[in-house]
Design a protein. Structure first.
Length: 167
């Protein structure tokens, strides 16, 4: 049997080997995992990163003149209608804005949908979807453009609880 004075070099060697093994295992696991790229601004994240200041300036210009409001009463799995109200700061309805929405699940891009042609009625832009392919949490990203000003509005909603959403 070894004395207490000779066991610590072996313990250090084993610890270093274990740490190295865990590092290698982490690299292999990370490489085999599917990577979901963020599309928070409906473009690749590299482009969003490069143009971050432009997005901020456009949002500030939009917010000075206009407001956007999520006005959907409830959202369910079948025939959901997603609605936004766009108006000027003095309360006048705006019917000439361009709105595009992207609907996606938080964990995968398998069910992503983009809707671009809403019906417009007195400043309320409504998008009708056949159904959500799966029950649960969904991200809804709206891009609103008026002239050269634009704004993004991100909402999380849950089709299992139709009145539940968060900004």
């Amino acid at each position: 049997m070894m004395s207490n004075g000779r066991i610590w070099p072996y313990a250090i060697g084993i610890a270093i080997t274990l740490v190295f093994s865990f590092c290698v295992a982490t690299i292999f696991i990370a490489e085999s995992s599917a990577i979901q790229e963020s599309d928070a601004y409906m473009i690749k994240y590299q482009e969003a990163d490069l143009n971050a200041n432009d997005f901020i300036k456009k949002r500030m210009a939009f917010d000075k003149l206009y407001t956007i409001e999520y006005v959907t009463k409830k959202i369910s799995g079948e025939s959901p209608v997603i609605s936004y109200r766009v108006s000027s700061k003095d309360g006048l309805a705006l019917n000439d804005a361009k709105i595009k929405i992207a609907i996606s699940r938080p964990e995968t891009d398998e069910f992503d949908k983009t809707l671009e042609h809403p019906s417009v009625d007195n400043g309320i832009y409504s998008f009708t979807l056949e159904e959500f392919p799966k029950k649960g949490v969904w991200n809804i990203i709206a891009k609103v453009s008026v002239d050269d000003k634009e704004r993004f509005l991100n909402i999380k909603t849950d089709t299992r609880n139709p009145r539940s959403y968060e900004f």
